[in-house]
Design a protein around this ligand. Structure first.
Ligand code: FAD
Length: 263
């Protein structure tokens, strides 16, 4: 039995500038035959672009059985950023098999989503998938004017657009100031890793949320050079649970693993 993870080759069929910092790539081709979505609303794939061997993770914005859409944030420098800024239509990329971690309990009374622009594709898909069944509120910290992103989220979404001033994320302060709804719900968040670490501690220590009530993921690390390869939290989570570790210990393992990964 092969234990090798599935990989897919895909062709870039179209490139569209959605906003100054967001580029939409539509992928397709015969290599995607057999791509099987997990159905999990924040599902992601690893993307390897031409001439590179390292992957970067991107949310599957949509998959209709033939075409797969990724929305890529173009920031200053980076493997994928620099490739996606150029004319990449016709290029061939590799995708790893999809994974997801959003796990809202069936009886959740509300859903809160917080993130920066890298989390926007996932928040849009989560809102489209679950927003109709449970009251949902989004806080999105973006470097672009909200009018550029009008229509990005499903119509009627309750969203607070937060400007990203001085390139400094203030999401930890935003979470501190949340007026939490009554009852038990689900909190999902993603963005820069250091902010996410602070927020996880706040949720565990101050709000005393059980681990089933939230999912907070570091999507990228603010480092001077290129980004270390992202680490899949799934195996670390399962190994930690099997070893009887607390959620806090497991997330500390995850953060350490990310820091140790070599570029
Ligand atoms: C599960 C998951 C899902 C994700 N989904 C998406 C998605 O849908 N869309 C998306 O755009 N990103 C998404 N990301 C984040 C994306 O993988 C990282 O931002 C990645 O580092 C970008 O790769 P790069 O090659 O452009 O830059 P890298 O080569 O990785 O980094 C180069 C430099 O840019 C800095 N940098 C990296 N990311 C950012 C950023 N976002 N803003 C400012 N500086 C940055 C780094 O600190 C480094 O100094 C996701 C990450 C995860 C883990």
């Amino acid at each position: 039995m092969s234990t090798r993870a599935e990989q897919y080759v895909a062709d870039v069929l179209a490139r569209e500038q959605v906003s100054p910092h967001l580029v939409r790539l539509t992928l397709g081709g015969a290599g995607l035959t057999g791509f099987l979505s997990t159905g999990i609303a924040d599902e992601w794939v690893g993307l390897v672009v031409p001439g590179q061997y390292q992957s970067r993770y991107y949310t599957v914005r949509s998959w209709d059985g033939a075409e797969l859409v990724l929305d890529v944030v173009v920031h200053d420098v980076g493997l994928v950023t620099e490739w996606a800024k150029g004319d990449c239509v016709g290029d061939r990329v590799t995708l790893t098999e999809p994974k997801g971690s959003f796990a809202m309990p069936a009886d959740a009374a509300w859903l809160l989503l917080v993130g920066d622009i890298t989390a926007l594709p996932a928040m849009a898909r989560i809102a489209a998938t679950h927003g109709g069944s449970v009251p949902t509120r989004i806080w999105a910290e973006v470097p672009d004017q909200p009018e550029h992103l009008a229509g990005y989220l499903p119509e009627g979404t309750d969203v607070a657009w937060l400007p990203l001033a001085d390139e400094t994320s203030r999401l930890a302060e935003v979470v501190d100031a949340i007026d939490w709804p009554e009852g038990d719900g689900y909190f999902w968040m993603a963005g820069e890793s250091a902010q996410m670490r602070a927020i996880r501690k706040h949720l565990m220590r101050e709000r005393k949320l059980p681990s089933t009530a939230y999912d907070v993921m570091g999507y990228w690390r603010a480092v001077a050079a290129r980004q270390p390869r992202a680490v899949d939290p799934g195996p670390i989570w399962r190994a930690g649970k099997a070893a009887g570790k607390t959620d806090e210990q497991i997330w500390a393992d995850y953060d350490r693993a990310r820091e140790q990964v070599e570029t």
